[in-house]
Design a protein around this ligand. Structure first.
Ligand code: ARG
Length: 588
C-alpha cells in the first residue's frame, strides 16, 4: 500500500478530529497515525494492487488518545471504499481508479504537484544561509550552507510560505586586522588585480603562518603579529579612515566574486544583511539585556549573560572589556532587527555543526528577550550539517568552490564528448556541462542525512549509471527525447487503467503517488536527502519501465496510457529537480 493512501486516510480521519486551524497538531497526529498504519511497502506484496488496508480499531483508539472520533466521518470516495467491519476499518482500493486519480492530479497540478497542502497555515520564514566570512576563503562549510539553505528556501516557497532568504555576510571581525597587516606585508599588486580572492587567501595564509611560528604551542595572543592584527581591527572599529578603505576594497572585490559563484550555483538571496551593519548596535543590545536583567560584568570589565549552559557551551560573552563588539552580540542585534522588520514565525540558521554552542547561546538569550520563535527546539533553529572530507581538485586540496565547479564542468565535457550517444550540440555543450557539473556537486552534497560527514568523490558524483546528479539529469533528458520522438500524443480522455497490468509502469505510478508525502517529510525535517533518495528511486523505476514498456509500435490505447505515465514521471522528476535548485536538462 503506498503511503499516498495512508495520507488520504490520515487526512480523512483527522478531519474528523481536529479543526484545520491547528495545523501543527494535525501534522503531529498524522505522523503518529502513519506509524500505526503499517502496511507492506511499495511493490513487496504481489497482491498489492488489490490489497486493502485494515486499521484495527484498538490501534486507532490508542492513537486517538482519548479524543472523540466519529467513525462515520470516513467516507467512500473515488478510488477507495472505506467500511467499518467488526473491529477494524477496512479500506479497499481500485487500481484503475487509483492510477487515474494520481495521473490526473499530476497533469492538472503540474509544477505544484506534491508541494501545496490546501489546509496548510502559511508562515513567514527566515533562512540565514551561506553567510561566508569575506576576509577568509569561502570554505566547504559555506558551500554546504549555501546549497542546503537554498533548498530549504525552495521547499518553503514551493509550499507557498513567505520566505526571506538572508545572507549574513561575515564582513566584520578580527580577521580584518590580520588580513590588512598581511596585505601591507605580503601582497603583490599585480596578483591583486588579476585574482584578488586568491591573493587575499595567499596573504591570509602567510600572515597566519607568522602568528603560528611566533606563538608555537602557546595561545595566539602571545604572538606580536596577532596583537598587531588586533590593534588594527580596533582602529577599524574606531572608524580609522585608512583601515576603512582597505576594508571596503576587500569587501567589494569579495562580493563580486561571491555573486558570480551564487549565479553559477543558481542561488539567490532576498536580503544581504552583512555583519558590519550591526557593529554599532552593541550599546542597544546591552541596554535590552540589562533591562531584562540579563547582563553582568566580570571584575575585568567583560560583559556576559549568565545562563546555566553546560560547560561545553561556555560563557555567553557579549562585550569585551574595551567595549568592542563580538560575533554573538552582532548576531543578537541582527536577530532583533530582523524580527522587528519581518515578524518571523520561524527562523533557521543553516550553519555547520561546529557552531552549535554559539547558537545555543544566541537562542537562549533571544528566548529570554521574548523573541517568539526562539522557544522552538534548537534543532529546528540551528540547521546543522557535517563536514566534507577529501575534497580536492587537480590544483590540490580544494579551497575555492570556483575550482571545484570548473573541474566538475571539464570532467562532464570530457565524459559527454566521449559518449557516442550524446545529443548535445557543440554550441550548447558549455552550458549543459555547467548545469550538469552543478547538479552533480549539489546532489552529492545532499544525498545523505545532512548531519553526517561525507567523502567527496568525483567518480560517484559523475556516475551516469546510478544515484548521482548526472544520472538523474540523464534520465530526465531520455524521457524528453522519448516523449518528443514517439509520435504519440497525450489527450485528456485516455483510459489509463491498463497500466495496472504492467508491473513496471504500475510501480512508477505508485512511486509518483508518494511524492506529496516525501516532500512533506523533507520539509518538516528540513532534510533534502529524503527528496534526493526518492528521486534516485524514481529514476531507477523509470529506467526499468522505459526498457520494458515501450510506447513506440504499440496499439494506440496502450501506447497512450504508457505515454501518460512517462509524461507524469517527467513532470515529477522535474519538480524534484527544481526544488533542489536544478534546471532539468532536455538533451545530453
Ligand atoms: N560568518 C559566519 C562564519 O562563517 C557564519 C554566520 C552564520 N549566520 C549567523 N547569523 N551567525 O562562521
Amino acid at each position: 500500500m503506498s503511503s499516498f493512501y495512508k495520507r488520504i486516510i490520515a487526512k480523512k480521519i483527522l478531519s474528523g478530529l481536529v479543526n484545520s486551524q491547528r495545523a501543527a497538531d494535525t501534522q503531529q497526529l498524522e505522523r503518529r497515525l502513519r506509524r500505526i498504519i503499517r502496511v507492506p511497502p511499495v511493490r513487496k506484496d504481489p497482491n498489492e494492487r488489490n490489497s486493502q488496508l485494515v486499521i484495527e480499531l484498538s490501534a486507532l483508539k490508542e492513537y486517538l488518545n482519548g479524543k472523540s472520533f466519529d467513525i462515520n466521518q470516513l467516507q467512500t470516495k473515488g478510488d477507495m471504499t472505506v467500511q467499518l467491519e467488526q473491529d477494524a476499518v477496512h479500506i479497499k482500493t481500485d487500481p484503475g481508479q487509483f492510477i487515474k486519480k494520481v495521473l490526473e492530479d499530476i497533469r492538472s497540478e503540474k509544477s505544484s504537484y506534491g508541494h501545496i497542502e490546501p489546509d496548510d497555515v502559511k508562515t513567514r520564514v527566515c533562512v540565514d544561509y551561506s553567510s561566508p566570512n569575506i576576509a577568509k576563503p569561502f570554505h566547504v562549510g559555506h558551500m554546504r550552507s549555501t546549497i542546503i539553505g537554498n533548498i530549504i528556501c525552495n521547499m518553503y516557497e514551493a509550499a507557498g510560505h513567505d520566505v526571506k532568504r538572508i545572507n549574513f555576510i561575515g564582513d566584520w571581525g578580527t580577521q580584518f586586522g590580520l588580513l590588512s597587516l598581511g596585505l601591507a606585508k605580503y601582497s603583490d599588486t599585480e596578483q591583486l588585480k588579476l585574482d584578488p580572492l586568491y591573493e587575499f587567501f595567499r596573504v591570509y595564509v602567510k600572515i597566519n603562518q607568522d602568528v603560528k611560528s611566533e606563538c608555537g604551542k602557546e595561545s595566539e595572543s602571545t604572538s606580536p603579529t596577532y596583537q598587531e592584527g588586533l590593534a588594527l581591527f580596533a582602529k577599524l572599529e574606531q572608524g580609522d579612515e585608512s583601515m576603512l578603505q582597505i576594508w571596503k576594497m576587500v569587501k567589494e572585490l569579495s562580493v563580486v566574486h561571491l555573486d558570480k559563484m551564487y549565479e553559477r550555483l543558481g542561488v539567490h538571496f532576498t536580503h544581504v544583511m552583512p555583519e558590519s551593519n550591526y557593529k554599532d548596535r552593541t550599546e542597544e543590545v546591552l541596554q535590552r539585556l540589562s533591562q531584562a536583567n540579563l547582563l553582568q560584568y566580570s571584575s575585568d570589565g567583560v560583559g556576559y549573560v549568565p545562563l546555566d549552559f553546560p560547560d561545553s557551551v561556555g560563557q555567553a560573552t557579549v562585550v569585551k572589556s574595551d567595549g568592542s563588539s563580538l560575533y554573538l552580540t552582532r548576531d543578537i542585534a541582527s536577530a532583533l532587527d530582523r524580527q522587528e522588520k519581518f515578524a518571523f514565525d520561524r527562523v533557521h540558521y543553516v550553519v555547520e555543526q561546529g557552531q552549535r554552542s554559539h547558537f545555543v547561546k544566541l537562542v537562549s538569550i533571544l528566548h529570554r528577550l521574548g523573541v517568539p520563535w526562539a522557544n522552538r527546539p534548537i534543532d529546528d533553529i540551528h540547521i546543522r550539517f557535517g563536514r566534507v572530507k577529501g575534497m580536492s581538485t587537480r590544483q590540490g586540496n580544494a579551497v575555492f568552490l570556483r575550482d571545484v565547479l570548473d573541474e566538475a564542468k571539464s570532467r562532464v565535457i570530457k565524459s559527454i564528448t566521449s559518449r557516442s550517444t550524446s545529443r548535445v550540440s557543440q554550441e550548447s555543450l558549455e552550458d549543459v556541462a555547467d548545469i550538469l557539473g552543478v547538479t552533480a556537486i549539489i546532489l552529492q552534497d545532499v544525498k545523505a542525512n545532512r548531519v553526517s560527514d561525507y567523502t567527496f568523490s568525483w567518480e560517484q558524483m559523475l556516475n551516469f549509471k546510478s544515484d548521482s546528479g548526472v544520472f538523474v539529469q540523464y534520465c530526465h533528458s531520455r524521457l524528453c527525447s522519448m516523449l518528443s520522438g514517439c509520435g504519440v500524443e497525450v489527450t485528456d480522455d485516455i483510459d489509463v487503467s491498463c497500466v495496472a497490468h504492467d508491473d513496471d509502469l504500475y510501480g512508477v505510478v505508485l512511486h509518483l503517488a508518494r511524492y506529496p508525502d516525501i516532500f512533506q517529510d523533507s520539509l518538516t525535517t528540513l532534510e533534502p536527502h529524503i527528496i534526493v533518495q526518492y528521486l534516485f528511486r524514481l529514476c531507477h523505476l523509470v529506467n526499468v519501465a522505459y526498457a520494458f514498456c515501450p510506447v513506440k509500435g504499440q496499439p494506440i490505447d496502450i501506447a497512450q496510457a504508457r505515454l501518460m505515465v512517462f509524461v507524469c514521471a517527467r513532470q515529477v522528476l522535474g519538480n524534484c529537480l527544481r526544488v533542489l535548485g536544478q534546471t532539468p536538462v532536455e538533451k545530453m
